[in-house]
Write a protein that binds this ligand. Sequence first.
Ligand code: ZN
Length: 296
Amino acid sequence: MRDLIIGASAPDDGFAVVAGITTDLVRETQRRHGLSPTAAAAAGRLITGAALLGAGLKGALRISLQIAGDGPLRGLVAEAWLTDDERIGARAYAKSPQADLPLNQAGKFDVASAVGSGTLHVTKAYEEGQPYSGVVPLQSGEIAEDLAAYLLKSEQIPSVVALGVLADPTGVVAAGGAIAHVLPGADKRAVAALERRALAMPPITQLIAEGADAHALLHAFAGGAALRAHRTLDVSFSCRCTREKVETALAGLGADELRKMGRERPETEATCEFCKKIYVFTAAELAELVSLLKKA
Ligand code: ZN
């Protein structure tokens, strides 16, 4: 089943849905970061949520979801954006990728304990002007509920969010999610209907385990409502790092630190925290950066 995100609206019922399968995206995130099973579940849910929200970005360039928590994962970051060729690109990392916990009493990954309590910080970058930024306290640390709380409190959009990562000892088996939200101007009945649908739905992990594709998730979430305006987008792990951006980050360390690094070793490695790509700088290249700093 290939990764795919589909968006649609049910104008008669006053809501919109975006649903997607993100199995390869979550597998690639786990592979790049060597994530423990619990970390893969947490980062997998967050990057799936970012990709779903990224598919609905209107006018914004990029959405970034940052979780700061006091649990063993110490925090997670996921970003998604629409690429020039109309795909969703997404990337994520966990601050303590190897942190792991036993399954909880329900036999599921204990994402809530691994995340702990803290905040969810959402930013949206635009082509021009200031980025939008909103922060909400974490509701449960299970991530789906936290995203729903953010959408309600920060964007005033009542919504239902479901995110699921299925894994066995060999790794991620399947992943996906769906977000349904009330359309602007919809009345209280639309919100109530949305909540009833969410309660009547089987758990998303069960649908994914049964082999649901993005269409099946979309229709399960829409509960038989008439849908229109489908938007279908491919989604894949990608990174926005460049050597230039790494140089800018290195320059931020200051001339003294760069000189010290150049003296201590012939080559300095800088690793992108999102994709783990290694950028190598020779002592001569660091000296060049120092001379550019002096000119600036
Ligand atoms: Zn990168």
